[in-house]
Design a protein. Structure first.
Length: 127
């Protein structure tokens, strides 16, 4: 029984480590200033495309989270950050590295697109 509980604890910590980080005004800039490529999804709670995209984004984050950081920020809660990055529609996903915007995708995307984008990021940065 102890081994079973240990396996559950290890698996849970792995999923948490490779899941989507919820950002705020407090941690947004420290996260995007990372040397690790970081995808930030700008979303709204009442956005149907954001809701549809959420499980796909989380699944890709679990698969590639050891090499690419996955995060998200609510544009209704933090409108100043959304304005600063010219977020006019949700969801908008922005790729940052060292605080600079590298790429962006506007609209809700499914698993296959997000996975291909992750592979392209890894190839681009030779990770």
């Amino acid at each position: 029984m102890k081994h079973y509980l240990l396996l559950i604890a290890i698996a849970s910590s792995f999923l948490v480590a490779n899941s989507v980080k919820e950002l705020s005004a407090t941690n947004f800039y420290s996260v995007i200033n990372s040397s690790k490529p970081t995808l930030v999804k700008f979303y709204a709670n009442n956005c149907p495309a954001c809701i549809t995209m959420a499980p796909h984004y989380k699944k890709v984050a679990q698969e590639f989270g050891n090499k690419i950081r996955y995060a998200q920020i609510n544009v209704n809660t933090f409108p100043n950050i959304a304005r600063k990055y010219y977020i006019a529609a949700t969801p908008t996903t922005v790729l940052f590295k060292n605080g600079k915007e590298i790429d962006r995708a506007i609209g809700g995307y499914g698993y296959n697109y997000l996975k291909k984008w992750a592979i392209n990021i890894l190839n681009y940065f030779k990770i």
